[in-house]
Design a protein around this ligand. Sequence first.
Ligand SMILES: O=C(O)CCC(=O)C(=O)O
Ligand SMILES: [Fe+2]
Length: 244
Amino acid sequence: MIFVERFINDHYQEKIRNDYTGLVRTIRTTLNDTGLAVLEDFIHPDFLAELQSSVDRLTPLCYVDGKRKSLIGSELENTAFYEVAFSGFVVQLANDILEPYNISVDRSDIHPALNILIGEHGQEAVKSWHFDATYLTMAMPVVIPSPNGDRDGKFRIWPNFRKFSQSPWRNRFYWRIAKIGLIRRMAKNLAINFLPGNLYFFYGFRSYHGTEDLDPKSLRANCLINCGGPFFDLQKGKVVRYPK
Ligand SMILES: O=C(O)CCC(=O)C(=O)O
Ligand SMILES: [Fe+2]
């Protein structure tokens, strides 16, 4: 497997050339065991600098009429975020990770979203716990407050709490028990400080998660690469039987 994506750091270029299958297997095993996998230092430093330098320009676009919004899909066109999300590598990797689940995704199933949080209007995203609609979510943090133990915008996840399913009633059931705080109180969870340069993976649909307290003075920019999902497949007429 050869990928010449310029956003991939040198030592991963080599790893991918020599043992791509091993890399996929490690990500998948970690996802299944701990619910959160990470490729450390995956993004090339020059490319990371490019991502970071675009944040200043993009921040005002996230705050219009006194409300925050994510920049999604085509709003990211002609940015380095878009380049990563729709790269051959990301689409292939998502497919290879998800292969044992009978799942396949193509470019039309990829939905990038850039969240830039700052100030009081950014607070609405804090502790807004949820399941994603996705099979796989990749998180590519770009600007993250330095860890100080408190209000530093940690990512918290209650991983792999449910299975993939296309059943609407089962979906409503999980959202309902989430809403009354049952998952937060009962399930095991972990909180981490994202580190720019790293690429994180979790099963979005299966994992309850969100952003912890964040100082309104801090800037936090994280790009999510959303890949497919049970109800997106259903909408397309794809009925999937998920093993295990
Ligand atoms: O950046 C984070 O902490 C998570 C954001 C997230 O889960 C989302 O936007 O769906
Ligand atoms: Fe999410």
